[in-house]
Write a protein that binds this ligand. Structure first.
Ligand code: CP
Length: 331
């Protein structure tokens, strides 16, 4: 698999996802061995117009662990020349001369596609407004595969701000690639899942249902995927925000109803929608999920940039899936 732009989750088919997960597993081995020089000499620009902790740091960590370098701006909306009126397109054209890949988070849905349409170097969508967050969805599925040993046949509740949540939108696109998945959409009335995703699921024969009683489905789901009510997306609709916040909270009482082999996920950050008392439960997978972001993003960067990428798990004896000549400089 060679990748160019990574813009939308639905651009990936099941075979590509499986290869990506195989490579992410290889990358776990690379990290355990101290990193590699696979992307030595390559430069990644992180161009973030919105706040981030996990996505930005895990991409930067991934690039550094593969021997590449990173350039970035602290806050592209304030400190790049967009504040002087420069367009996104001009910014991308300029960065094409400075970098080998651009990881971009933007506040407008569709911005990643606009950037990809004019960029020679790969654009990786790190979240575009209320549009998509495909690399989060890749690491979410990788986590489910790792934790449960399967994705086919799972029952999953996606909970919270489904109208504005770009992570759940991308996740739904990917879940549609798997067999016999059942999705429960659990959201306060003012932030129900938008029609485009429901139509996509219906078109792809994915069983889904909108459910308001989280307690009633807690005992049957394999994955409870909680999300934050995103205050920043409500603008002056403060009444709607108040109506949505606190409706669904994952606490000790709720998880006492869940199966012993189920998992609780969250793309993070959380505010108060998962009680901190839940963190100590072995089913709380959200911090392991965030860690998986490094391995998935290493695999994505390698698939975009590595000049000579052998098959995952290649029989070179090093278990990394990366040709021995390329890891000869393992630190
Ligand atoms: N999950 C996620 O996108 O987190 P950040 O906003 O911290 O990057």
């Amino acid at each position: 698999m060679r990748l160019h732009h990574v813009v939308a989750a639905q651009d990936f088919n099941r075979g590509m996802l499986e290869e990506l997960f195989d490579r992410a597993r290889d990358m776990e081995g690379v990290v355990a061995r101290g990193g590699s020089k696979l992307l030595d000499g390559m430069i990644m620009a992180s161009l973030f117009y919105e706040e981030s902790t996990r996505t930005r740091f895990s991409f930067e960590s991934a690039m550094l662990r593969l021997g590449g370098s990173v350039i970035s701006t602290e806050n592209a909306r304030q400190f790049s020349s967009v504040s002087k009126g420069e367009t996104l397109e001009d910014t991308i054209r300029i960065l094409n001369g400075y970098t080998d890949v651009i990881v971009m988070r933007h506040y407008e849905s569709g911005a990643a596609r606009r950037a990809a349409d004019i960029s020679r170097v790969p654009i990786i969508n790190a979240g575009d407004g209320t549009g998509q967050h495909p690399t989060q969805a890749f690491l979410d599925l990788y986590t489910i595969q790792k934790e449960l040993g399967r994705i086919d046949g799972i029952q999953i509740a996606v909970v919270g701000d489904l109208a504005n949540g770009r992570t759940v939108r991308s996740l739904c696109y990917l879940l549609a690639k798997y067999r016999d998945v059942r999705i429960y959409l659990v959201a306060p009335e003012v932030v129900r899942m938008r029609e485009d995703i429901k139509e996509y699921l219906a078109r792809n024969d994915v069983r889904f249902v909108e459910e308001s009683d989280l307690r009633s489905i807690a005992p049957i789901v394999d994955v409870l995927y909680q999300t934050r009510i995103q205050k920043e997306r409500f603008g002056d609709r403060t009444e709607d925000y108040r109506a949505a916040r606190g409706v669904y909270v994952v606490d000790r009482d709720l998880i006492s109803r869940m199966k012993p082999d189920s998992i609780i996920m969250h793309p993070l950050p959380r505010v108060d929608e998962i009680d901190v008392e839940v963190d100590a439960d072995p089913r709380a997978a959200y911090f392991r999920q965030a860690q998986n972001g490094v391995y998935i993003r290493m695999a994505l960067l390698a698939a975009c940039l590595a000049r000579d990428l052998p098959a995952p798990g290649a029989a070179d004896g090093n278990g990394s899936g990366i040709d021995a000549s390329l890891i000869s400089q393992l630190r």
